[in-house]
Ligand binder design. Structure first.
Ligand SMILES: [Mn+2]
Length: 315
């Protein structure tokens, strides 16, 4: 029945009746769309499915998530689940112990992925984990319409609406197939681009009011008083900002605890920001990466600028 799936993956799916789907901390649109999409596929195949989400998903995902129950804490009985980790980027980014599960599957497009698994699949050339899932599962006989919407959303999010350099012919072919299977591009683009929460608007204003252009790096800060937490997905702000010209790098410093900064980095693709993120034990892609830094804001900013100075000197 499932001739297209790699055999080891098909075997694990056949032998598992319950799945727990998880992703990286602070999940972005690809992470969420991929979890929900695969969740709907497994559910339509008669499997029991739970989404692991330490923080509740934003309300804007209610329709895509309909029918898929979430766990906000790890299950007490991991041995009864096959754990599927999607889009994780690396073991330390997964907010969950990997011990004790029946089987483990990892599917990702981050080259930094070091997760073990009974089935571990990483395609760094794919735009998104959503694209990989579409290529693996679209030829299966039963793919619910809701799954197609979720996977389309995942691809849309990681390509910023098919605008990033990671958008390839394969990305567009698979997106087209998802549309022919029932995904609505207009609705999903609206969900991704036009659904800013009050919090997003407030944070954007706050970030812009702190904006500084320093040596080709545009730096902005969300201070600890803003209440920004680890769970906040700042992609929506970063993507807005990225449409502007000139600065070669954009850096958003989110102070999630006093003097603990989660830094999101974006470039137009010519500067590989992942090289700097990796210097600070972070990771990501050439045009979009993240890392963590500790210390006083000015010191942290200087450390990052110094790293970019080195990188740009070599370029
Ligand atoms: Mn991704």
């Amino acid at each position: 029945m499932r001739a297209i799936l790699p055999t080891p993956l098909a075997q694990i799916i056949d032998q598992s009746s319950s799945f727990l789907l998880a992703t990286h901390e602070g999940p972005d649109g690809d992470a969420i769309g991929s979890m929900l999409g695969l969740g709907h596929i497994f559910r339509s195949w008669g499997k029991e499915v739970f989404i692991y989400s330490p923080h509740p998903l934003e309300a804007k995902y209610d329709a895509l998530a309909a029918g898929l129950p979430s766990l906000h804490a790890p299950p007490a009985n991991p041995a009864s689940f096959t754990l599927v980790i999607l889009d994780a980027g690396g073991r330390e980014r997964v907010p969950l112990s990997l011990e004790g599960y029946n089987r483990m599957i990892s599917i990702d497009h981050h080259p930094s992925n070091d997760l073990p698994g009974d089935f571990s699949w990483c395609e760094p050339k794919a735009s998104s984990t959503g694209e990989i899932l579409a290529s693996l599962f679209l030829d299966e006989p039963i793919i619910p319409q809701q799954a197609c919407a979720c996977l389309y959303y995942a691809i849309l999010a990681d390509t910023n609406g098919f605008q990033f350099p990671n958008t390839g012919a394969r990305t567009l072919e698979l997106a087209a197939r998802l549309v022919s299977e029932g995904a609505h591009p207009d609705q999903l683009a609206n969900l991704f681009f036009n659904r800013w929460s009050e919090r997003d608007i407030h944070y954007f204003a706050l970030a812009m009011s702190s904006l500084e252009f320093l040596e080709g790096v545009a730096c902005a800060r969300l201070p600890v008083e803003s209440g920004v937490g680890d769970e906040y997905d700042s992609d929506i702000l970063m993507n807005e900002w990225r449409r502007w010209p000139d600065p070669i790098v954009y850096a958003l410093f989110k102070e999630t605890e006093p003097e603990h900064f989660k830094v999101s980095l974006r470039s137009h693709g010519t500067v590989d920001v992942s090289q700097v993120a990796r210097l600070f034990q972070g990771g990501g892609h050439a045009a979009a990466s993240g890392c963590r830094l500790e210390g006083d804001y000015r010191q942290v900013q200087q450390r990052l600028l110094e790293a970019f100075r080195e990188l740009l000197k070599d370029a």
